[in-house]
Design a protein. Structure first.
Length: 406
């Protein structure tokens, strides 16, 4: 049989007479055969596991890199030494222009002295001492893009270094970066009113989307395979919103829409591929194919007060007659919360199923079911709220940071 042949291959040195006769117990051939078969099967499974590992490593060879090994060791070391309270010891000088973000669980601060990445224990994980004049940050799961808003310089970072630094021919007014490193920039081309340049993960330009209208937003799906461009045009005192959706490797749109009497403000893909478009008077949600799946119109007297739009969905606070209304849309494009509230907020952030409201004297967390938890705190003016997890918040002030935990 095959197993018997395999046994002889892996057990050539198996000598049945290695025990002296006077010490040997009576031999049961049935159990001896069963034991031999189990041993052979065990060896066969070991061989199959080895072959599986070899094939898996060959297929996923691009993930076997010094960088990924570095990430593992670095993050593990940070995990066992972290102490969140120590992050409040961070002191920085952001100057007149600054931006903040959460990159792989770490605090990113871009300001007058360049860009720094801080761990939860307050250590500097990475530092770029060459400052950008008016830095704006766009962050994905694995990459961070910093660009000079209104200037031409931009840089792309991974967790421990600058991996690309370039200048565009025209000013940059917005950007988006995907989890795989592909990115898009709102800029110009000398021919069109506005232009979006799309780049692959190797920093090669793969598409130039020229628009005869003014581009206000661009978003890439987390996988980097699709791009949405939102722009507007004006005629006779009314605005028209233009939505252009295309695949990254195509020069033709698969959806091109016009929304009359509408002024666009923000757009962002969710992690499930739905596109949220926030306009001055409504919220529009489209699926991956450009089909409208949700529309929430604002009341005539309502004005847009605060917005957060990201991979988890959209959170919008509206105000009318001294009262606020909070609207939450999840990553699947569904409206999961739409209710009036007495809470005041100078900022709003969405993370998972929770919306965080930064009030004058407290931070409040609201879930889709209406549950609410508040943390009374003394809130400084001009604080920037960053949500690191469903229970952790960083409040970034002009010179220091505060850690809050629900």
């Amino acid at each position: 049989m095959f197993l018997d042949k395999l046994k002889t291959l892996f057990r050539k040195n198996d000598d049945k007479n290695r025990i002296k006769t006077e010490y040997a117990s009576p031999r049961n051939e049935y159990y001896a055969t069963v034991a031999d078969r189990y041993g052979t099967v065990q060896m066969l499974l070991f061989v199959l596991l080895s072959l599986f590992l070899v094939v898996a490593l060959l297929i996923n060879s691009e993930w076997i890199s010094y960088e990924n090994f570095y990430y593992f060791v670095y993050d593990f070391g940070d995990y066992i030494t972290s102490a969140d309270g120590d992050i409040e010891s961070i002191v920085y000088d952001t100057g007149n222009f600054s931006d903040f973000g959460i990159f792989s669980g770490k605090l990113a601060v871009a300001g007058a002295n360049g860009l720094k990445l801080y761990t939860s224990s307050g250590r500097t994980a990475f530092e770029d001492t060459d400052p950008i004049a008016k830095p704006s940050l766009e962050i994905s799961e694995s990459f961070m893009l910093s660009y000079d808003s209104g200037g031409s310089e931009y840089r792309i970072y991974n967790l421990f270094t600058v991996i690309n630094s370039q200048n565009t021919d025209y000013p940059i007014y917005g950007a988006s970066i995907a989890d795989n490193g592909a990115y898009a920039l709102i800029t110009g081309d000398g021919t069109h009113t506005s232009c979006v340049k799309v780049y692959n993960r190797r920093f090669d330009e793969i598409q130039s989307i020229g628009r005869a209208s003014y581009v206000v937003g661009v978003s890439m799906t987390p996988s980097g395979d699709r791009v949405a461009v939102v722009s507007y045009s004006q005629s006779g005192g009314s605005f028209t919103t233009h939505l252009y959706m295309t695949r990254s490797n195509s020069t033709e749109p698969y959806a091109e829409l016009k929304i009359e009497n509408c002024f666009p403000l923000y757009c962002e893909y969710t992690e499930k591929g739905f596109l949220n478009l926030i306009c001055k008077d409504r919220i529009l949600t489209y699926n991956t194919y450009g089909t409208l799946v949700e529309e929430i119109a604002f009341e005539p007297e309502e004005t847009l007060k605060e917005v957060d739009i990201n991979r988890f969905g959209a959170a919008v606070m509206l105000r009318a007659d001294g009262k606020n209304r909070l609207v939450l849309i999840d990553a699947g494009g569904r409206s999961v919360y739409n209710s009036k509230t007495h809470l005041e907020a100078s900022a709003i952030s969405l993370y998972g199923e929770y919306a965080f409201l930064l009030g004058p004297t407290e931070v409040t967390r609201i879930d889709a079911g209406g549950g609410r938890v508040s943390l009374p705190k003394e809130i400084e003016e001009d604080a920037v709220m960053l949500v690191r997890s469903e229970t952790e918040i960083l409040l970034c002030m002009p010179s220091r940071v505060r850690f809050l935990e629900f």
